[in-house]
Design a protein around this ligand. Sequence first.
Ligand SMILES: *Cc1c(COP(=O)(O)O)cnc(C)c1O
Length: 399
Amino acid sequence: MRSKNSELKERADKVFVGTYARYPAVMVKGEGCCLTDRNGTEYLDFLSGIAVCCLGHCHPKVTEAIQYQAAELVHVSNLYYTEPMTDLAEILVDSSFAEKIFMANSGAEANEAAFKLARIYSGEGRYEIISLAGSFHGRTLATVAATGQPKFHKGFEPLPEGFSHAPFGDLQALEEMVTDRTCAILCEPLQGEGGVRPLDAEYLAGIRELCDKHGLLLIFDEIQTGLGRTGTLFAYEQLGVTPDIMTLAKGLGNGLPIGVMLTTSEIAESFVPGTHASTFGGNPVASAAAVATMGVICEEGFLEDVRARGDYFRGELQKLADNYPALLSGVRGLGMILGAVLTEEGVAVGTDIVNRMFEEGFLMNFAGNAVLRFVPPLIVTREEIDTLIAALRQVLSEY
Ligand SMILES: *Cc1c(COP(=O)(O)O)cnc(C)c1O
């Protein structure tokens, strides 16, 4: 019998541009860490829509906020004020270094706003932004140019000018790249797509110092690491380095599209009416979802609990790595963004492992051609972690 999944797959493949190699499942329902497809097959989700659904699928408080706001007012543009976007901006200002917020609809758009602000603030002739090898900053032309992975550039040249990439972990090489055209250094406190690669606190502190010494802005792309993912609301808090500009997106709306750029009042002054804009930015429904999401993440004890379960998960992954040294060389990451690092032998079967786990009903992915990445909803339970570990142990034992 033909499954309902393959029927829809055929229809979709006929009409979509082929930018994705999708798994053959048609998802119809989500609750917590569980997804159900059209055939009624259940999946335990350790990917969260790529680190997005931080409170799990269809969290009741977010659903209620969306439903309420969708019945009141959906869109008016930024020509008028609305309460949800103002509430959200106040919450973000109160919980971060920032004093000013610009709202967009995705991570790449938040980064574009950051790049434009860094350039206009720094003045004519200072336009260069240095990012790091292995980084990921988005898929628009400028964010692709900022991304430090050549495979994302191929076929799209000429890319916008003014982006260069410093070797990862090398402060001296970074300083040598600074010229009088440089306006900012951009990095993720922990590289997500690049393979769950944390920047150590000392390296980050060195980058901050370098920025101060040369009068450069420090931009943190916390699109993936923000909103509790690393066990603190923002990764920069636990790394002890404060940026001048920060971008957020993925987890902020628990699934609704929203991106935000945060900065100080002094830097924000360079943006005035007309310099930058977004038709949908600050959308009331997306903002209401984000306000509800922030409300839950900021509840007392929530992040402490994420850290405790993250440590537990990390410990269990480490045991697997100890048991399968031919495939796994170690574990890295912070909080609930964890990577099991594959050995050379493991890399060769990385995609295979992820596909086998899918067949077993577990969603995860292979990041940076080097690690098995786990970014479950922050609410994932120890029992769900145990279930995944048991399945992964079984799959690894097949090699
Ligand atoms: C996902 C991601 C982006 C791009 O976000 P989009 O919403 O897909 O545009 C940028 N930077 C980082 C670190 C990301 O993880």
